[in-house]
Ligand binder design. Structure first.
Ligand code: M6R
Length: 617
């Protein structure tokens, strides 16, 4: 979490840095700060608790000049989210400033050692230890700025992406990464740093994705007329590397709200387009000649282990149902945070499928690294090109839905399920379980889903009305069966994360084993009750709720007559095959949570305590 931006070049750094922080604010918004070296070689640091806009208020009327700088937006780990713990942090004598994303696990003994050597600390963060240690080593061992950073990094345990300024070397930024993302943008006589490419793409599309344990020295000719910049890339052990510049194709307009009130609403509403883009790219990935490495991974698998977090984990459960039904391959689904620590049985013939929108989720990354060490192959389903999870995987299928900025994941989920269901259909066909004609029909139906979602999105009014009821509820239950059980989990997650209403997803039939005791007028039950082979069973479950005076909101298929009679509110979705229904059925639930959050006046795109990219465990 936390976002880092850096700039060195010919223009004023502050506007670049602040705009970049706005782009990265999805990573954390507890505090924000900036450090600039001005023309006189002074190091100025401005920071503020809260959002980047609070930083802008604080910094106005200050000296914001300088064409070298670093900046940070924070999601607190060590130390409260207050001013004192906001980055950048300064070294003891104010020579150095640092911004950091990650967790330094051995910060306590290092802090103690530095204390004993006369350093005093002004924050409660693990980060301050790093900058103090760099300055301490500079002095004690007479090391150069880059040498002292590298020596310090060798002493750290944990994860980091850092950028450091030294006012005695005003034309240099030293940056490094291990376990947290960091990229360098290469412009015309200017260089950028970012936690991802989003703060950089409006200036250059030439990006260097740093590898773990890479350190980079960005420097500028001190003669201001020279306008030259350079990059020295090396490993933490000092081996020099040749930077590999990649061209990224990120459209800046994808990073804007485009007339919508919130990114989340934009991302929900653009699902017809994003799914079309996903299907188009799947055609290349799974139907062209490039698809063989992916299918050979699938075909050599005896078993699939799916690992992911949050919404991506829910997509993983849909995939379990699809793979087992259509490819008859055994599938386990684990939260990455559990998988990595519970000593699971992993064999050489196992295929791990890692699902991640950001490609940076620390637990998912660690889970696949652990599985690889034990001989498994890894296929990742990811949205962000060049992120850490694809780079650690044997093969990747990208969802290609463009940047997802709203903290609540929406279009990523529909695309993940689309990719995984397509895989299940094609794998099932190769294994002779799904016939040619069944596969052709399902693929054709998949192609029709963007249009069906567009149709569904015309029903915003019915959903807004359901939202009125839910907005007064202290707690809600979401139920579904089969393919729509994970949709219930995902619907409940959407509601709780942005509206702060407690919600639980449950398999409908499990109600009788506990949750039915909660049923009352005060706890609405949202049911996903579209056509499926077990529709009648679900109808019985709804009757059981009605019999106990429960209030039912339902997602039903076109033409439904039974559930609509029992429901207090409902929304109609087009009829599709059961295995494809999660892709459609989640959309009204995304909108439902959005409208509830708006009615409650919650900050939809930046819900409290959350961040989009969870790069710490
Ligand atoms: O980027 P990832 O898909 O790996 O993120 C995993 C979860 O943090 C994420 O899905 C989270 O649960 C959603 N933002 C919730 O809407």
């Amino acid at each position: 979490m936390c976002g880092i931006v850096g700039y060195i070049g010919k223009r004023q750094a502050y506007p670049v840095l602040v705009k970049g922080l706005h782009r990265l604010e999805y990573r954390g918004y507890d505090s924000a700060g900036v450090a600039l070296i001005n023309g006189e070689g002074q190091l100025n640091v401005y920071k503020s608790q809260g959002k980047v806009s609070d930083l802008e208020d604080t910094a106005q009327h200050q000296d914001l000049t300088g064409s070298v700088g670093i900046a940070h937006t924070r999601w607190a780990t060590h130390g409260e989210p207050n001013f004192r713990n906001a980055h950048p942090h300064l070294s003891q004598y104010g020579r150095l400033a640092i911004v950091h994303n990650g967790i330094i696990e051995n910060y306590a003994p290092l802090r103690e050692m530095l204390r004993q050597n006369g350093r005093t600390f002004k924050s409660d963060t693990d980060t301050e230890v790093v900058v103090q240690l760099i300055e301490y080593l500079q002095e004690k061992q007479q090391l150069s700025f880059p040498q002292s950073v590298r020596r310090t990094l060798q002493m750290l345990q944990g994860s980091y992406a850092i950028a450091v300024l030294d006012k005695n070397q005003p034309d240099t930024i030293v940056a490094a990464r291990k376990g947290s993302p960091l990229v360098v943008g290469v412009g015309d006589s200017e260089l950028f740093l970012g936690s991802d490419a989003s703060p950089i793409v409006e200036y250059t599309n030439r990006i260097i994705y740093l590898d773990d344990e890479d350190m980079v020295v960005l420097h500028r000719e001190s003669d201001s007329n020279a306008n030259e910049v350079g990059i020295d890339l090396m490993t933490l052990h000092g081996e020099h590397k040749q930077p590999r510049i990649e061209q990224v194709t990120l459209d800046v307009s994808q990073l804007e709200k485009g007339g919508y009130d919130h990114f989340m609403l934009k991302e929900i509403c653009e699902q017809p387009q994003s799914l079309r883009a996903c299907l188009l790219s799947l055609r290349q990935a799974l139907f062209g000649s490039d698809s063989e490495p992916i299918f050979s991974l699938l075909q050599s698998a005896n078993r699939v282990l799916i690992t992911a977090c949050g919404t991506s984990w829910h997509a993983g459960i849909v995939a379990k149902y699809a793979f087992e039904q259509m490819a008859r391959i055994p599938v386990d689904v684990d939260y990455a945070s559990e998988f990595r620590y519970r000593n699971p049985v992993i064999n050489e013939g196992d295929l791990v499928i890692a699902i991640s929108q950001s490609g940076e989720t620390a637990d998912t990354l660690a889970a696949i690294e652990m599985a690889k060490k034990q001989g498994a192959k890894v296929l990742s389903i990811c949205n962000v090109i060049g992120s850490s999870i694809p780079r650690a995987s044997d093969q990747t299928i990208y969802t290609m839905v463009g940047p997802e900025i709203g903290v609540a994941s929406t279009k990523a989920f529909t695309a993940q399920v689309t990719v995984l269901t397509t895989l299940a259909i094609l794998w099932g066909k190769r294994r002779g379980i799904v016939s040619e004609s069944e596969s052709a029909d399902l693929l054709k139906e998949l192609d029709s889903l963007p249009g069906q979602i567009a149709k569904m999105l015309t029903q915003k009014e019915a959903i807004r009305q359901m939202a009125q009821t839910l907005s007064f509820a202290p707690s809600c239950l979401y139920i579904g069966r089969g393919y729509n059980y994970p949709v219930a989990l995902e619907g409940a997650l959407k509601l709780k994360e942005i509206s702060y209403i407690h919600a639980e997803g449950y398999p409908a039939s499990e109600m009788k084993h506990g949750p039915i005791a909660l049923i009352s007028q005060e706890m609405p039950v949202v049911t996903i009750a579209t056509q499926s082979p077990i529709y009648d069973k679900l109808v019985s479950n709804i009757q059981e709720i009605r019999a106990r005076q429960g209030r039912v909101m339902a997602v039903v298929s076109e033409g439904d007559t039974e559930v609509v009679r029992m429901a207090d509110g409902y929304v109609v979705v087009p009829c599709v095959s059961d295995c494809l229904s999660p892709i459609l059925n989640i959309v009204p639930l995304q909108l439902l949570s959005y409208y509830v959050a708006c009615l409650k006046g919650c900050n939809v795109d930046q819900p409290r305590n959350l961040a989009k990219s969870v790069t710490v465990e």
